[in-house]
Every structure is written in structure tokens, then in C-alpha cells.
Design a protein around this ligand. Structure first.
Ligand code: DLL
Length: 427
């Protein structure tokens, strides 16, 4: 284990959480006007926090507050204390700017090194980092973590697929970091160039930054002959390195609770949900200096378990994140997550893992157009596939698509950099 705290008894962890929560509430009250006002409105003073369960008396923070406080209204402390600014990739709405002190960067490097070690990366490994560098936290977050662990980083960044493939081979790269969609793209690109990626030493891919389904992971693992390990994180809390699967069990993501306190709430009511139930993940930072956050509504849908893991780590684990609260589509009165549509599609072997959903409004009705790619070596004809998809969507999700097109392989735009976009809302 990279750090002893990973296997600390729960009672010790909870003591640390309580102390750190108290310090965090005191810190935001003293240094961020926004939080002082919110806490005053809620009638909570830092001295009221006695146990960790008092966290539920604190007000939530939402994406809307990052927007209303843009650019730096949520930062604590003076400009002199700040060492770096980064941003969330902001696929919807305005960029959220996030800040770090020296100590925040140290914590980030540590949780990243811890996460990479849990994912099975070793100091002797060469790690190709294909997450985008720049404001996005993926590139620099992984970069610093690989160095902290003592492994060798190859900072390719996003895109540049021919070069990525060349370096994977020439440097005998052991591990790769990239989004699941880019991983599939790399595999396709290798195939087109007749490069045998399965024959390379590459053994682990650390995927993250966007949702994926089990069949999609299986496809990545098969196409590259690797183990694909899931890492979760978000800029508002720190970046990548909030939670990760352990290589031993790959059964949920260990969330580093000494730095981030997790809750699951009902997205509608904000009420806490019991262990095991699926809802919206809410996170509180416990050690952040420049950008502490109280009860942040991540919008990510998952569940939490405190059951012991076979790897010996004692932290809570979250389920792989399948979608976001705002991915919920209401099509002809039926509620459906974009990720559920994806799950139905990828279960059909003749469907390639590429699709797009276009939503329109027709009077007072929402309508959905679905474009799906047929696998290059599919057995079924496009017509047969069309009928099958239509039938499955109705049977499993009770959803009727207004316009379904099955297109030949390669027809849907591939995205070489950034996060994949599959839902286009024109309403
Ligand atoms: O995506 C940080 C990151 C970079 C994580 C590289 C993992 C690897 P943001 O740009 O702020 O930060 O986006 C955060 O991306 O709230 C989720 O909706 C989504 N997300 C991140 N990791 C996962 C994952 C980075 N493993 C937002 N599975 C989060 C599903 C993920 N969704």
C-alpha cells in the first residue's frame, strides 16, 4: 500500500474526518464571504460541528455557485498564497476556475500517486499520459502523480494519435492514461495502420474523466490486451485522484476519505440516502486551502459502500459512475438516462460503441433522434440491426425513438481530444 492511512481502522479515519471538517468549516467561515453568508443563513457556526454527522447541517454548494462567484469568489486566502489555477473542462455552462496553494498541490500529487499505485502502476513503469494538458486537470494531475510515485512519465497529452502509437511501441510503455473514448479510438487507429497493439508490453490503462459501460471496458481490454482501471475525480474538489479502483478487486472505486468526505443524496430532495442506494454524490473537501468546498453537489450518479474490500483498504467505495443527474432525458414522458440507452446499445454485438443522441422540441413534446454505428464486421444487415435496436429500446427502457439511423462504421465523428460528447440538446 502506498500510504498507511489507506488501511487505517474506520474509527481512526472518522476521527481524522471530524477534526478536518471542523478546520475546514472554520477556514471557510473566516476567509470566504460566500460561505460565511450561507452558514449564517443556515444558522450554523463553526463551533457547532462536534461530530462528522453534523455535516448534514451544512448548506450544499452547487455548480450555480461556481457560476455566480466566477472567477474567484470561492477562493480562500490572498493571491500571494496561490500557486496554480486550472479549470473544469466545462462541457456545459461556463468554465469553473479552481485554485491551489503549494500544500494543495502536494496533497494532489499524493492522492494521485496513491491512486496510481492502487491501480497497479509501479515505480519501474513507463506511463504515457494522453490526458490533455493545459487548464484541464487530467494532464497535469496525472503528470505530477506519476512523478511523485517515481515512475517515468511520457507527457504526450491528448490527440496526435500516430505519435501516441509510435511511442507506445518504441518506449515499451507499460501503462497509459486516457479517456475510455480515446482508448477505443487509439485501438481503431492502430487497426487501420496494421499495428498489433495487443502484442505491445502495455498492460494497464487508467481510464476516467467520462462515463463508460462494462461492455465498452471489455472492448478496450480486448482490443489492447490490457486491464482498464477506472479513476474518478473532478476539478472542483482537486482533479483526478478522488477515487480509484484497486487492481486486486476492481470492485468499486476507493474514495480517499481522509481528504474528501462522501455522501449520497436524493437528487430531487437533497435528503441523505442509505448505504448502497443510488443517488447524487456530494463531496466535502477536508484538507483544501485555496478552494475548500462544503457539500458539493457533483451531479454524478453512484452509490456508496463501506464493506471491507479484499485488498485491505478500509475506505468507502463508490460504484462506477454511469451518468449524471442532468443526463436524465424525458422523451415522450418517459424518463431515461443517456447511459441506459448506451447500455442497451453496447449489449448488441453488431453495434459499434459510437452513437449520438439529438434532442429536439416539437411544440410541447421532446423528440429524440438516435444515430448508431454498425460494427465493421457485423453479421446483421443495417435493416435487421435497426429493427433489433428499436425492439430492445422499447422492451428494456420503454423508449420509442422518433428517428433511428444505423450508419456504416466510421461515420460518426471521432473526437481525438477532450471529453466525448454524445448528447446534443437542441431544445
Ligand atoms: O475529468 C478529472 C479527471 C481527469 C478524472 C482524468 C479522471 C481522469 P473535470 O473536467 O472537472 O475533471 O470533470 C469532472 O467528469 O464530475 C464526472 O461527471 C466526470 N468523470 C470524471 N471521472 C469519471 C469517471 C476530470 N471515472 C467530471 N467515470 C465528473 C465517469 C467521470 N465520469
Amino acid at each position: 500500500m502506498y500510504q498507511d492511512i489507506e488501511s487505517a481502522p474506520r474509527a481512526e479515519l472518522e476521527r481524522i474526518q471530524r477534526d478536518r471538517l471542523r478546520e475546514t468549516v472554520r477556514h471557510v467561515y473566516d476567509s470566504v464571504d460566500f460561505y460565511r453568508d450561507r452558514l449564517d443563513d443556515a444558522g450554523v457556526s463553526p463551533a457547532d460541528i462536534e461530530t462528522i454527522s453534523d455535516i448534514t447541517t451544512l448548506p450544499f454548494t452547487g455548480k450555480e455557485h461556481f457560476e455566480s462567484q466566477y472567477p474567484d469568489g470561492l477562493f480562500a486566502g490572498s493571491d500571494e498564497d496561490l500557486t496554480r489555477i486550472q479549470a473544469s473542462s466545462g462541457t456545459t455552462g461556463k468554465q469553473k476556475l479552481v485554485a491551489y496553494t503549494d500544500d494543495d498541490l502536494r496533497v494532489w500529487r499524493e492522492v494521485m500517486a496513491r491512486s496510481l499505485a492502487a491501480a497497479g502502476i509501479e515505480p519501474a513503469d513507463t506511463f504515457q499520459n494522453a490526458y490533455g494538458y493545459g487548464l484541464f486537470t487530467g494532464g497535469l494531475g496525472f503528470h505530477d502523480g506519476v512523478e511523485e510515485l517515481g515512475a517515468t512519465v511520457v507527457p504526450t497529452g491528448g490527440g496526435n494519435t500516430a505519435l501516441q502509437l509510435e511511442l507506445l511501441r518504441d518506449l515499451d510503455v507499460d501503462a497509459l492514461g486516457c479517456t475510455p473514448s480515446y482508448c477505443l479510438y487509439l485501438a481503431e487507429a492502430a487497426d487501420e495502420r496494421d499495428i498489433d497493439v495487443r502484442g505491445l508490453p502495455l498492460s494497464t490503462v487508467v481510464i476516467g474523466a467520462e462515463p463508460f459501460t462494462d461492455p465498452m471496458r471489455a472492448e478496450i481490454e480486448d482490443a489492447l490486451d490490457v486491464t482498464a482501471v477506472d479513476m474518478y475525480g473532478l476539478s472542483e474538489l482537486i482533479g483526478p485522484g478522488v477515487a480509484v479502483e484497486c487492481a486486486e478487486a476492481q470492485d468499486g472505486l476507493h474514495l480517499w476519505e481522509d481528504h474528501f468526505y462522501p455522501e449520497i443524496v436524493d437528487p430531487e430532495t437533497g435528503e441523505p440516502l442509505p448505504e448502497g442506494e443510488r443517488g447524487e454524490l456530494v463531496l466535502t473537501s477536508l484538507t483544501k486551502e485555496a478552494l475548500p468546498v462544503l457539500r458539493y453537489r457533483t451531479g454524478d450518479v453512484t452509490s456508496l459502500t463501506y464493506e471491507a474490500c479484499e485488498c485491505g483498504r478500509t475506505s468507502a467505495r463508490i460504484e462506477n459512475i454511469r451518468g449524471r443527474v442532468d443526463d436524465l432525458l424525458i422523451v415522450r414522458g418517459v424518463n431515461v438516462y443517456a447511459s441506459s440507452i448506451e447500455e442497451v446499445l453496447v449489449e448488441i454485438d453488431d453495434v459499434a460503441p459510437h452513437y449520438r443522441i439529438d434532442l429536439y422540441r416539437d411544440g410541447s413534446l421532446d423528440t429524440m433522434e438516435l444515430t448508431v454505428e454498425r460494427h465493421a464486421d457485423a453479421d446483421r444487415s443495417r435493416e435487421a440491426l435497426h429493427d433489433l435496436i428499436e425492439r430492445r429500446l422499447t422492451e428494456i427502457l420503454n423508449v420509442t425513438v422518433d428517428d433511428l439511423s444505423v450508419v456504416p462504421s466510421g461515420e460518426i465523428d471521432r473526437q481525438e481530444t477532450g471529453k466525448v460528447r454524445r448528447v446534443f440538446d437542441h431544445r
